[in-house]
Design a protein around this ligand. Sequence first.
Ligand SMILES: Nc1nc2c(ncn2[C@@H]2O[C@H](COP(=O)(O)OP(=O)(O)OP(=O)(O)O)[C@@H](O)[C@H]2O)c(=O)[nH]1
Ligand SMILES: [Mg+2]
Length: 324
Amino acid sequence: MEENLDKLFDYRALIPGSGRFASIVGIGGGAGRVVDQMRKCCLPDVQLYAFGMNRKEMDELSLCGKYLIGQEGLGSGKDRFLAEYECSKSFPAIESVLRGRLVAMFVVCLGGGTGEGCIRSFLQKAREVGNKAIILVATIPHSSEGAEKRKNALGLLKALEPMADALYTVDYDDSRYAMLTEVYQEADRKIIEFTDSLLGMVLRRCMITFDFNDFRTFLQFPTPSKRIDFFMLTGSLDFLRKEVKDWWKKLPAKYSSADEVAMAVFSIENADWSDDKETTEAMDVVHECFLQLPPDAEGKWGIYSDETLLPHRFRLRVFTKCKR
Ligand SMILES: Nc1nc2c(ncn2[C@@H]2O[C@H](COP(=O)(O)OP(=O)(O)OP(=O)(O)O)[C@@H](O)[C@H]2O)c(=O)[nH]1
Ligand SMILES: [Mg+2]
């Protein structure tokens, strides 16, 4: 009963302009660096934070919201149990960055002591303070970093999934790059794009209504896994028309056909929607995406203006959840 009452949540008092839509929190060295780079996204009403145990790494971040876990500032020494213990002393700071926010998004690069030791406490706190959408973004270490490290990370991720409402992962073994620095850069880019795109669906001015309740419907749409898959295409309408034929083929291999899509959200963007012919053609692109959804799948969409796009260039963002 309580959950039903909560289904249509009246969030309007909280946005816009309250600065309290979302907190994005990077936990550990790598994750702190990713969140630091999100400053350039300029999403309104989103606060960025980093929590880490290494003072030197924390000093290098330009973020205002930086919190050192533990007193020493020397890192966890790859010890997740020490990190977990030290993290318990930071509960007041963790609660203060999460309280009153609709969305809590945590970024963690699995494979290190700080991130792995602390993430569970952050997810628990988000539930306790009543964040309405809890999103976990995690990277999975590359095989070359050690098979044991990777196995532990995958095991931890499984244990964490029930604690979040949605999950987005970047597996370093899926990268086409050979050098780890390039693998990390690619991951940083993907995480920033995903975060900017997902929160932007609600925060940017939409020409039809895509609101926080639509957002939550997508996150909570019942699927066996809480994972969200995402890709983005930018180009002319001719390019998009070609690319959206069999668009589901751009999804990970677990989508063996379009039938595997349980729910999809599409966003179409352009600098100037005043040209009726172009608008109709752009709507046809979205329509084509919908036509490929299986009959039992749910779809939602939004139209957005983005003045940074060049004339006659359009951007399509696609989010999906899988039936398995
Ligand atoms: N995307 C990205 N991944 C990184 C970066 N640096 C490290 N990683 C990955 O993150 C994993 C964890 O490293 P850190 O983030 O340094 O670990 P930590 O959570 O700070 O924990 P400790 O350093 O052990 O206290 C590594 O195994 C790498 O796979 C980075 O700058 N960007
Ligand atoms: Mg570190």
